[in-house]
Write a protein that binds this ligand. Structure first.
Ligand SMILES: [Zn+2]
Ligand SMILES: [Zn+2]
Length: 174
């Protein structure tokens, strides 16, 4: 789908919370970009859906400020917020060593386009996005390698950095 999104600047990408106490850098290409329409994301974002830049956890550097846990306060899915302004900054998916950064916290998020749309089953009826792949809930785990490969092709065609840290989620990748 054609859109007016410009390509991103070179890595690293800088971001911050609403108050600016919390600052971070994304230093590696995304594994995938996504939008999630699940009820949990609707509640935590106080909006229609959440926006995700998924990266390996060591690809996000916290430069300043304090992250505190919020949301569901689960051990396997750790929702992290700015301690001062309570902005939802990122979610750590501990089992996979992945971190989902909220895209519109970047200093420049104009390039962001979701590749994957999850929990389309609970989307608000008007909330359409240009995502290429759509799932009623989360994608089946055995579909991840093919999806990540398709994402890399798509992202490179947009002029995005993509694909270098391919070991992140790919113990089962051929
Ligand atoms: Zn969600
Ligand atoms: Zn803050």
């Amino acid at each position: 789908m054609a859109d007016a999104s410009p390509p991103p600047a070179a890595l690293p990408w800088l971001g911050r919370c609403r108050c600016g106490d919390l600052r971070f850098r994304i230093v590696v290409p995304p594994i995938v970009t996504a939008v999630c329409h699940c009820i949990g994301c609707q509640r935590m974002s106080s909006s229609a859906f959440s926006l995700t830049i998924m990266v390996p956890t060591d690809g996000v550097e916290i430069g300043q400020g304090e992250l505190v846990q919020g949301g569901m306060r689960a051990d396997d899915l750790r929702h992290q917020f700015c301690d001062h302004c309570k902005t939802w900054v990122l979610t750590r998916v501990e089992a996979f060593g992945l971190t989902n950064v909220r895209a519109t916290l970047l200093d420049d998020a104009r390039w962001f386009v979701p590749y994957l749309e999850t929990f389309a089953s609970t989307r608000l009826p008007w909330a359409s996005t240009p995502a290429v792949e759509r799932c009623d809930e989360f994608p089946a785990p055995d579909s991840y390698p093919a999806m990540m490969a398709a994402y890399v092709t798509w992202a490179r065609a947009r002029g995005w950095p993509a694909g270098e840290p391919s070991s992140a989620l790919s113990p089962s990748e051929p």
